[in-house]
Design a protein around this ligand. Structure first.
Ligand code: TXA
Ligand code: MG
Length: 336
């Protein structure tokens, strides 16, 4: 299959609409990462998404709709606070898990009785979703377990030949995936941290918990149990109190003839000597740069030596969640 990359224009949007209606796949930008979209009501299209990514069949997908879409066609809203959250944070990087009405393909939710819904704020994405005017199932547009893509080039590098069209909307600003929030109970539960933080949700609902642990036997967010976000080079992680060790590891890799790169924020950077993938200073900047720098790093480095971030913002939770999954522990000096 030929994969075309197109800027978002009236013409490419019309092509995208036809492809989606014909149960083909179209990648598109959002304010978080790029998505690999297919018609959510089509078993055929949804199965193509799983195949293209090599995604485990028990990891459910998020359904994307435009801001004027009537969500109650797809899900039941049981708790009135959901409307307050929709008003406060959508369109934007928040995914809500609600009771499904069973309208979309059964493969979207992988047997769960819930459905994850997201209304992205990215302008080009809204245009795409409005033009199509159908619910679009979309995971991040990367091969399963690889780092999520934040440019159309990243999507092309991973999925060339596996989809028809990539809509190019430039670099995604948010940089990490949406906050996934289960809103089927009295207390909203964060299944995946992101740019909409617990504090922000509490400011609207008055309460919110992290669903760190499975409740009973129920795995709340199946996707969280898999390894994720891993670049193609080795990546090891050090805490901020281990900068001496990080520098020793760097020097040791060098002496072994490897090309190491530090990946760290601009403050820690001042205490380290060597090649660097700089993440920035604020939590938003760091989130925005994280996948971009990991994907840049895998092209130039044999090993990325990452240092934990700590800005004091709650966004750190989401960034550290990704960073820890992307990295292997550094076991012993010189051990690759
Ligand atoms: O920002 C984002 O959310 C991006 C863009 C493309 O919208 N999408 C994304 O999709 O990150 P994906 O497939 O990479 O991650 C979806 C996450 C997984 O952790 C999955 O387990 C969870 O959402 N999820 C989906 N449906 C669910 C459901 N019904 N109940 C619980 N978790 C669900
Ligand atoms: Mg993903």
């Amino acid at each position: 299959m030929n994969t075309t990359v197109s800027k978002i224009t009236n013409n490419s949007l019309e092509i995208a609409k036809k492809l989606i209606e014909n149960e083909e796949l179209v990648a598109f930008p959002t304010e978080t990462v790029y998505g690999l979209g297919g018609l959510a009501t089509s078993d055929n299209a949804v199965q193509k998404i799983f195949t293209a990514k090599g995604r485990p069949s028990d990891n459910p997908l998020i359904v994307h709709v435009h801001s004027g879409y009537d969500l109650t066609k797809l899900v039941s809203v049981e708790h009135p606070y959901v409307y307050d959250l929709l008003k406060a944070f959508t369109p934007g990087p928040l995914t809500l898990v609600l009771k499904s009405k069973g309208v979309v393909s059964k493969y979207v939710s992988c047997g769960l009785d819930t459905l994850a819904i997201r209304i992205p704020s990215h302008e080009g994405c809204q245009k795409f979703l409005k033009t199509v005017n159908l619910p679009i199932a979309a995971p991040s547009a990367n091969v399963s377990k690889h780092t999520s893509p934040v440019t159309s080039e990243h999507v092309y590098a991973d999925l060339n030949g596996k989809l028809s069209l990539i809509l190019d909307g430039g670099k995604c600003i948010g940089g990490i995936e949406s906050t996934v929030l289960d809103v089927t109970s009295e207390t909203p539960l964060i299944l995946r941290s992101g740019l909409i933080t617990r504090d922000m949700i509490i400011s609207v609902v008055g309460k919110c918990e992290y669903a760190d642990k499975p409740v009973g036997d129920k795995v709340r967010s199946p996707g969280m149990k898999y390894t994720h976000y891993t670049p193609k080079c080795d990546t090891v992680l050090f805490s901020r109190s281990e900068l001496d060790l990080a520098q020793k590891a760097y020097d040791n890799y060098l002496s072994l003839g490897k090309t190491p790169y530090f990946m760290c924020d601009n403050i820690v950077s001042q205490k380290l000597n060597g090649n660097k993938l700089l993440l920035g200073t604020t939590a938003e900047e760091i989130a925005s740069n994280l996948y971009y720098k990991l994907l840049e790093g895998e092209k130039v480095a044999d090993v990325i030596i990452a240092v934990k971030i700590q800005t004091g913002s709650e966004i750190d939770v989401g960034v550290m969640n990704r960073l820890e999954k992307a990295c292997k522990p550094y076991k012993k000096e010189g051990e690759l």
